[in-house]
Design a binder for this molecule. Structure first.
Ligand SMILES: Nc1ncnc2c1ncn2[C@@H]1O[C@H](COP(=O)(O)OP(=O)(O)OP(=O)(O)O)[C@@H](O)[C@H]1O
Length: 247
């Protein structure tokens, strides 16, 4: 396992959002982290990135303990989060947003994901380099957000709701890009409200409900369990359309 989370508990004051969560992400694979609204998915991603404190538990990236590490050190160690809502700088150009993605990483060994390589993977960004990021479409902004994350050359990329609010054909593009990243050897932890689509590309899945793990197994096993799909992802056996919302 390239990323191991062991007995993680995270609380906001007296509200325990994630309780005794353990899971592992296998190198070069896609892990789909699912669950209804408020299940604790975003909290999990932020806690393992060191963006919010953890109450207890261990997090290891390539066997190295990163629990409690500063986010920038975790990024340097090889794990990056593309947050929900993209959080690009709207009033800066695409090029400036990419430069910020590279900032602070000087001194790190060069990796595959140079700006040139990123622009090759996301060609639309090449055409938009001098445009303010705020003028991009939702799908283009999401590509910019992922591109910026890639510039830190992550071994593990955490993606929080990358398809949120995008038109169906743009969702297709984003999902195919995620598969491409995986083919380049990047381990992806994918939080998605579009549970069915996510399970189509994922190898493994972990399902949370009210902060606790209720499933940990292959994506195909989850897809074929009508009971789990219905109970935790609100997907009826007869209604398994790609548009079904999964939390
Ligand atoms: N900043 C915060 N302060 C207090 N409670 C919070 C905070 N952020 C999240 N929570 C609570 O923690 C729990 C888990 O929230 P989280 O956002 O991690 O869930 P989620 O699975 O990502 O949900 P969603 O699909 O709605 O994004 C929820 O009960 C939520 O209300």
């Amino acid at each position: 396992m390239i990323l191991t989370v062991d007995d993680l508990t995270v609380a906001y004051g007296s509200v325990v959002a994630v309780r005794n969560l353990s899971f592992g992400a296998e190198e070069g694979k896609i892990l789909s982290l699912l669950g209804p609204n408020g299940a604790g998915k975003t909290t999990t991603l932020m806690a393992i990135m060191g963006m919010i404190p953890i109450a207890s538990g261990a997090v290891r990236l390539q066997s190295r303990s990163i629990a409690g590490a500063r986010t920038e050190d975790t990024v340097r160690a090889g794990m990056t989060l593309t947050p929900e809502g993209r959080q690009i700088f709207a009033s800066l150009t695409v090029a400036e947003n990419l430069i910020l993605g590279e900032a602070g990483l000087s001194g790190r060994d060069g990796g595959r994901w140079t700006r040139k390589e990123v622009l090759r993977t996301f060609p639309i960004l090449s055409e938009r380099l001098n445009q303010d990021a705020g003028t991009l479409s939702g799908g283009e902004q999401q590509q910019l957000a992922i591109a910026r994350s890639l510039l830190s050359n992550p071994k593990v990329l955490l993606l929080d709701e990358p398809s949120l609010g995008l038109a169906p054909q743009v969702v297709d593009l984003i999902f195919s890009l995620i598969v491409q990243l995986c083919e380049h050897g990047i381990t992806v932890v994918l939080v998605e409200q579009n549970a069915m689509r996510s399970l189509e590309i994922a190898h493994h899945s972990v399902v949370l409900s009210a902060g606790r793990k209720v499933f940990d197994g292959s994506a195909s096993a989850l897809r074929s369990s009508d009971d789990l799909m219905k109970a935790y992802l609100a997907i009826q056996p007869a209604g398994r359309s790609p548009e079904t919302q999964g939390g």
